[in-house]
Design a protein around this ligand. Sequence first.
Ligand code: ADP
Ligand code: MG
Length: 252
Amino acid sequence: MTEDKSRSPLLELHEVDTYYGVVQVHFAVSLHVQKGEIVCLLGGNASGKSTTMKIILGLVKPRAGLVRFKGQNIVGLPTPKIIRLGIGSVPEARRIFGNMTVRENLLMGAYHRSDKPAITEDYERILGLFPRLRERLTQRGGVLSGGEQQMLAIGRALMGRPQLICMDEPTMGLSPAFVDNVLELIQTINAQGTAIFMVEQNANLALQIAHRGYVLQNGHIVLQGAARDLLDSREVQDAYLGGSSGAAVIKS
Ligand SMILES: Nc1ncnc2c1ncn2[C@@H]1O[C@H](COP(=O)(O)OP(=O)(O)O)[C@@H](O)[C@H]1O
Ligand SMILES: [Mg+2]
């Protein structure tokens, strides 16, 4: 790949080993995200994808290895501090606040900021991206459809004005129309300057919008490269994309 070595990555995991008790779930996992990139982490069920997100967000601590954001080692930092450094999170199953209104959910995303005029500006910009949310500002998050909740979770992450957003299976459980919608949104958000690290089981979809990808298998990175090369690669086609069918769900 033509990568400029002088550009230090926005996010970097270097030889990360992670354990839950005595069970090792990451084996020297190394990956990086450059400014401006969409990078996907693919892998079957239980391969360690969500744990990678949790490592980045400081929810799980690696036993060995480094995690750097903008050159700073963030291992051991508390999650709120990591978020303040500029990492946004769209967790698995969205985790919006069901009893709070859409508006309150969005504002929660800016809880650590005090730059009021910029918060208002971001709020308006985000509602511009998500017209469906604007129509539902006073409704409780819990009554939204799955797709709308996903948009709310993404909007909430954007309210933190992050330089990097980590998303755990953003298309999971969404109807096809919403899947397209969410993928387009991810591209729009990226085009506006936010790097994206997305964890996906749906390799075909993720590789359509990603610049690069990594494949995690039982805690090992077994493949990596440009999204186009991964999509074209016979290995990924056979193992992860179900040959020529569009089924596209990775099998572990
Ligand atoms: N809190 C936890 N305690 C113990 N084991 C866990 C915990 N979270 C995940 N695991 C195990 O770690 C492995 C990787 O999980 P996970 O990162 O969620 O995988 P994925 O997101 O790829 O499905 C799985 O075997 C899972 O059962
Ligand atoms: Mg997961």
